[in-house]
Design a protein around this ligand. Structure first.
Ligand code: LLP
Length: 473
């Protein structure tokens, strides 16, 4: 297989995990239909952080802190992050992937504490803006362990990266080569990788598939753009090409696409060796490791993926007569996602036609994923024990759009009422990092829980924040 020409997108797209309704975003928590009311046991905590425990009054504790206490102390909506869960997930990666650089993809969620935790656990960081970069570096994260990504890096991004001394910059377009080379101070060299498109369709939703030719990221292998960019980089004295990068997409729940990507990138490395006489020392496989949002979904088994990727890399390189490059992976969701829980208060319960709408005090401004990818979550009543039979409900937000739905046809006790507290698990990735200022509702706070204590990491956005930014008349 090594050295194979890539003619068409791979058909190795993962099968939708069980429980996914067609067209709703594979592996993204969709499909909790009315059948759900008698479906996954209400008491199934398999997608909750490992530290989650049941309390006697219908409450749950995460990191030893009752969720009702967090809601009382910090208000709602609020997000909590279980520090031990984040750290445990980092350790799983470090153990599963020895001799590999594991970079946490900051776009999933970044705050100072998060940068600190992942750094302490031995991970590097993948950033894609001067903002993410500067937040991490001013927290003390070593710039040398940071990789800068982006399909359209701004002059400010590149300047910040060079000024702070990031370890690697991943080149995503031909026009970036001269721009970056011109910005590198004379006499120094910036290590770069090239992001290539391996022609592999994988990922939980079309909007988050990035391994095929019909999207904006990377340089194609099939039309020769990747090879052309590589030749141009090798001509630039200020740039040192150290490897190839690919990121197939996100929420991938099968191993096969990653193994196929290894083969294709090793194939390209072999051709680079033939044409240019150089052996690239690094291969960055990106992230995209899928997680379960519902108890009936499965997540990618990281130790198993790591073993197979390592075996494939060794075998492909042996067949191509290449030294095995240093491996890099960039998980985001699989580290932050399952460590987060969103808390909301119910503001109203309304029956319209056949549906019961349960409206909460957050919505698409703190979690745009259902609106973007059709994802549905599994909210749970917290803080009181209900004996009422479960009924299908649609949990909606407070924003001025009918599409502001957090969970359609999900099972909740039929006596749900205003003032109740709902908790949504698997809320740590791509919620707050994608949060918006819609309706000036304000972005929720982030609270860390660990060892029975809760502490504020990021405060709630306030009216004062809105006033301060708005400087004109
Ligand atoms: N590396 C690169 C270059 C990436 O672009 C990404 C994610 C990652 C790593 C991390 O991927 P992860 O392991 O988190 O899947 N907003 C979407 C996800 C977009 C992912 C963007 N890139 C969502 O909510 O599902």
């Amino acid at each position: 297989m090594t050295g194979d020409r890539v003619a068409a997108p791979d058909t190795a797209a993962p099968a939708a995990p069980p429980g996914d309704a067609p067209g709703t975003g594979a592996g993204t928590g969709a499909g909790a239909g009315a059948a759900n009311c008698t479906g996954p046991a209400d008491d199934d905590l398999s997608v909750w952080p490992h530290s989650t425990t049941r309390l006697s009054d219908g409450d749950l504790a995460v990191g030893g802190v009752p969720l009702t206490e967090i809601a009382d102390r910090f208000g709602t909506p609020a997000y909590l992050l279980d520090e031990a869960e984040v750290r445990g997930r980092c350790r799983t990666y470090v153990q599963a992937f020895p001799d590999t650089d594991v970079l946490y993809a900051a776009k999933a969620f970044l705050c100072r504490a998060m940068a600190h935790w992942v750094g302490e656990e031995g991970l590097g960081l993948d950033v894609c803006s001067a903002g993410e970069l500067e937040l991490a570096v001013t927290t003390g994260f070593p710039a040398s362990r940071i990789v800068l990504h982006g399909n359209a890096k701004s002059p400010e991004d590149l300047r910040a990266a060079l000024r702070l001394g990031v370890g690697r910059i991943v080149i995503d377009s031909a026009s970036e080569i001269a721009r970056l080379a011109a910005a590198v101070p004379p006499g120094s060299r910036q290590k770069v990788l090239v992001r290539v498109v391996p022609g592999i369709a994988a990922g939980g939703h079309s909007k988050i598939q990035t391994g095929t030719e019909d999207q904006k990221f990377g340089l194609c292998i099939t039309d020769g753009s990747a090879q052309h960019a590589i030749a141009r980089i090798l001509d630039q004295p200020g740039l040192e090409l150290v490897g190839l990068h690919c990121h197939l997409g996100s929420q991938i729940t099968a191993e096969k696409p990653f193994l196929c990507a290894v083969r294709r990138l090793v194939g390209l490395m072999a051709r680079i060796k033939d044409h240019h006489g150089i052996t690239l020392p690094e291969l960055d496989l990106g992230g995209g490791h899928g997680i379960a949002y519902h108890p009936d979904e499965h997540s990618l088994d990281i130790p198993s993926l790591a073993r197979k990727v390592r075996a494939e890399l060794t075998e492909s390189c042996a067949a191509a007569g290449l030294a095995v490059p240093h491996l890099v992976v960039e998980p985001g969701r699989a580290i932050a996602g399952p460590a987060g829980v969103a808390l909301y208060h119910v503001l109203s319960v309304k029956r319209t036609g056949d549906r019961t709408f349960v409206a909460v005090d957050g919505g698409m401004s703190d979690n745009p994923r259902p609106a973007l990818y059709g994802v549905r979550y599994l909210p749970r009543l917290i803080g009181r024990r209900s004996t009422a039979a479960p009924a299908p409900m649609t949990v909606v937000g407070r924003h001025c759009e009918a599409g502001d739905v957090l969970a359609a046809d999900t099972a909740l006790p039929s006596d749900i009422r205003p003032g109740d507290l709902l908790a949504v698990p698997v809320a740590g990735a791509y919620h707050l990092s994608m949060a918006s200022g819609y309706n000036l509702v304000g972005r929720p706070p982030v609270v860390a829980v660990a060892g029975g204590h809760a502490r504020l990491l990021v405060r709630r956005e306030s009216l004062e924040d809105f006033r301060n930014r708005d400087v004109g008349l």
